[in-house]
Each structure stands twice: as C-alpha cells, then as structure tokens.
Design a protein around this ligand. Structure first.
Ligand SMILES: Nc1ncnc2c1ncn2[C@@H]1O[C@H](COP(=O)(O)OP(=O)(O)OP(=O)(O)O)[C@@H](O)[C@H]1O
Ligand SMILES: O=C(O)[C@@H](O)C(=O)CO
Length: 424
C-alpha cells in the first residue's frame, strides 16, 4: 500500500469526520485507532487517518504519539501528512496544536506549515486569521463554554502564537483569491521572514481547493476537514483517487441491538438529547451521584437491559454549562471529565455484552474512551449521517459493529434518530 495522503487526527470523532470528507472527495480511506501494530493487515486504501486521543493530554505525550503516527504513515509512502485538529481549534495555551505542529514540521524538514481549521460545510470560516463559527467569532460561540478547553480568543494567529515555539503569520483572503501560486509564494515569503506557521483564510470550499493545490507538493500541513477536502481534490485531480471510493465500504447489515451514549455537553448535543426523548427511552446519568460513588453504570445497564429488546435507548450525562461548571468546581475539570468518560465507556462495554452491535456516541473524548474500552482498532467508512459524521463499520472484529462517533457540535436536532435509521 502506497498512500496518497496520511493524516494524524487528535481525536477519534475528528478522525471519522476527516475520513468521511476524504472518502466523499474520492480517496478510499481507512481510519485506524492509534498506530496499527506491526504485521496487522489493512484493506487497500488511498489515505489512512490515524486517530489518536491526544487533544487533551499533556503536550509531550501528544507530540510523542503524533510523531509515531507520522513515521508510520511516511513508511507507507505518504508524501504529505496532515495533522487534523478541530474545526473550532480546541486547545489550550499549553498546547497541543502548537507543540505537535512544531514537532511534525521538524520531522518533515519543512520551514513552515500552512494551518487552517476552516470547514465551510459546518459553518467554520477563517477571515483575517479570525475563526468564525456560523456568524459569530469563536469566542462568542458556544465554544467559549467548552468543558475542557473554553475558546476565548478568535484570532488564530495569536492563539497558535501562544502555543508554538516559532512566530505565526497570515495568508489573507486577498492572497487566497489570487490563487494557488500566490498562496505558495506568500508561504515562502513568510518562511523567509522566520515564521514557522501561517494561518490561512478560507471561507468557501473553493478557497480550500486553492490551498490544497498550493501545498500538495509540500510535506506537511495542519487543518480540519476543509483542508482535507482541498488536499483530496488536488490528489484526485492528479489521478490519485479511486472511483466509487464512497461505495467501497457499504456492507451487510450487522443486526443486534442499538443504543446511543452522549457525554458531550455542547449546545448541539443538548438539543439532540432533548429531541431523542420523543423517540426512545432516555436515561440521564447523574454525574454528582457517580462522583459520590453510586453505581450508575449498573443502574444504566439495568435500564437498558429492560428496554433493548423493544428498541434503542439513549444514556446521557450531557448537561448545560452552569451544571458542568458547578460539577467541575466541586471535583476539578479533569477528575469530573475522566470519571464520566470512564462510566460511559463501561456502559458501552456492558451494552455490547448485552448484544448491542450498533452504537451511536456523542462527544470526542467520550467516543475515545468508548472505542478504547471496546478494543476497536480500525474502521471502514460508510454513508454520511450528517456533515462530518459517517457510519463506521469495524474492521478486524470477528462480529462486525456499526458505530457513529459524533463530534459534539455536529448534526441537526434529529441526529440520534437519523443515525439509527441509517444503521438499521
Ligand atoms: N454533566 C457533566 N458535567 C461535567 N462534565 C461532563 C458532563 N457530562 C460529560 N462531561 C465531560 O465533558 C467532556 C465532554 O467532552 P467530549 O469531547 O466528549 O464532548 P465535546 O467536547 O462536546 O465533543 P467534541 O470534542 O467532539 O467537540 C467529557 O470529558 C465528559 O466526560
Ligand atoms: O473538526 C471538527 O470540528 C471535528 O472533526 C472535531 O474534531 C470535533 O471534535
């Protein structure tokens, strides 16, 4: 297998979002969970997205894991490696986007990296270096209340500048409008000025296509699904894609019971959980009781066991920002987050033991814990449920499962019902 494109993603839902975009754009794509162990056979692919759970871990660990993933991808022929970050640039001033970018850029022997989280299909655009979520700057969007990394500055030149060891420049929209050669020239000028990264403006998919063409001959970039789209289209134009990449992984139904888990507290997920209450039994986990030592895992599994034969259930810890803040104030951000993630992962394991083979999970960290607990190692890409959320089919598991790993902010209010319909 000689890869046209290699990607290192900093969380599992983000990886499936990117793999979905690459597949739709015409690259046959596989998502692996971590770096595959030596000797593990993978299906033929044009692109591999190695999913890490590195968004919220200490920066030195994120760097080490990302370097290992990059080396694995390069060894399989990937001339360009993209580091996939969140389209809302989720990170703190302590990392991890800057440190990982610095390390992978050095590995690639590149002087500068083009960086853009723009993903117009989901309303993320970058103008004059400022990230917009829909019509509002990042710091006015619901991301200002994110439980792990509240985003309080929309200016990405500043945000990345605080995380990277080298200065950060801007490729503005006027330059992007002049085309790929103008972008490539500006990138070289910024490198000559000593900049190690350039935030690139992008408002429309056509901007991302320009950026893709400008950097496809470079070895490294940083972006979200939008930049993936630009790179994939440049590769496909160059004859590196596969006809019917999107149809490649649609397989037989897997049967079994279906269930949903939500650990995301985003505004989108809160609405989706509320809407799900109209179509399936919903159990709301009480994190305060969990943290006080109550066996909420057993309670949730008993709730599910009584109902699964009749249809899907949803188990959710999702709560509005005030409740999240109150819990975190009492127990600490990490302790609260990890305890809830671990509980939802244990519930997932119990559900699979009780015959669940179709599982929808909302939230990046939550999905990471669930997928790790289930020991899943790779996914093939199925149809798209909502922008950025595909149906995933496990690869290498004797009894296949279907999953949907939803990034917190993605999907419309009817997401859970829609996902279950598409996984029937
Ligand atoms: N009621 C709650 N109170 C406090 N923290 C919670 C609560 N419910 C879930 N959490 C924690 O909030 C975090 C949510 O992060 P997660 O990544 O799963 O969702 P998200 O941030 O909305 O999704 P994404 O990263 O895809 O945008 C997790 O650590 C989870 O355990
Ligand atoms: O880019 C995005 O917004 C998503 O793929 C994601 O990473 C959210 O966690």
């Amino acid at each position: 297998m000689s890869l046209a494109l290699g990607c290192v993603a900093d969380d599992y839902t983000g990886a499936s979002d990117l793999a979905n975009t690459l597949t739709k754009a015409g690259l046959r794509t596989i998502q692996t969970i971590g770096v595959p162990e030596e000797g593990r056979a993978l299906p033929e692919a044009d692109a591999v997205v190695v999913a890490l759970k590195s968004r919220s871990i200490p920066a030195d660990q994120a760097v080490a894991r990302s370097r290992e993933a990059e080396a694995w991808l390069r060894a399989r022929g990937a001339a360009h490696v993209m580091f996939k970050v969140c389209s809302t640039f989720d990170s703190t001033d302590a990392g991890n986007i800057g440190p990982v970018m610095d390390a992978l850029r050095a590995e690639a022997g590149a002087a500068i990296a083009l960086v853009t989280p723009a993903f117009p299909e989901t309303g993320r655009s970058v103008y004059q270096g400022n990230l917009f979520v829909g019509s509002v700057p990042l710091n006015e969007s619901p991301l200002k209340d994110h439980p792990l990394n509240p985003m309080r500055d929309a200016n990405l030149v500043r945000v990345l500048g605080r995380q990277s060891a080298s200065p950060v420049g801007l490729i503005d929209t006027a330059t992007v409008a002049r085309g790929a050669e103008a972008v490539a020239a500006r990138l070289q000028d910024l490198a000559a000025e000593g900049k190690g990264a350039a935030i690139a403006d992008a408002i429309f998919d056509s901007d991302l296509e320009t950026l893709g063409r400008a950097i496809i001959a470079e070895k490294f970039s940083v972006g979200a699904s939008g930049l993936g789209l630009g790179l994939a289209r440049a590769l496909v134009a160059d004859g590196r894609g596969t006809q019917d990449a999107a149809g490649a992984a649609v397989g037989e139904p897997v049967g079994g019971a279906a269930a949903c888990l939500a650990g995301s507290c985003s505004q989108a997920t809160l609405q989706q959980v509320a809407a799900a209450e109209k179509i399936m039994p919903v159990m709301r986990l009480d994190p305060a009781r969990l943290l006080a030592g109550a066996d909420v895992v057993a309670e949730a599994l008993a709730f599910a066991a009584e109902r699964l034969a009749a249809g899907p259930v949803l188990i959710a810890s999702s709560a509005p920002p005030e409740a999240v803040r109150a819990l975190q104030a009492e127990h600490g951000v990490d302790a609260a987050g990890h305890a809830i993630e671990a509980a939802l992962a244990a519930i997932a394991e119990g559900l699979v033991a009780r015959g669940v083979r179709r599982l929808v999970v909302a939230g990046g960290e939550t999905s990471g814990s669930v997928v790790d607990r289930l020991g899943l190692t790779a996914f093939l890409l199925g149809p798209e449920i909502a922008a950025g959320v595909p149906v995933l089919r496990t690869a290498g598991r004797p009894e296949p499962m279907l999953l949907a790993l939803k990034s917190g902010n993605f999907g419309g209010p009817d997401f859970f019902g829609r996902a279950l319909d598409m996984m029937a």
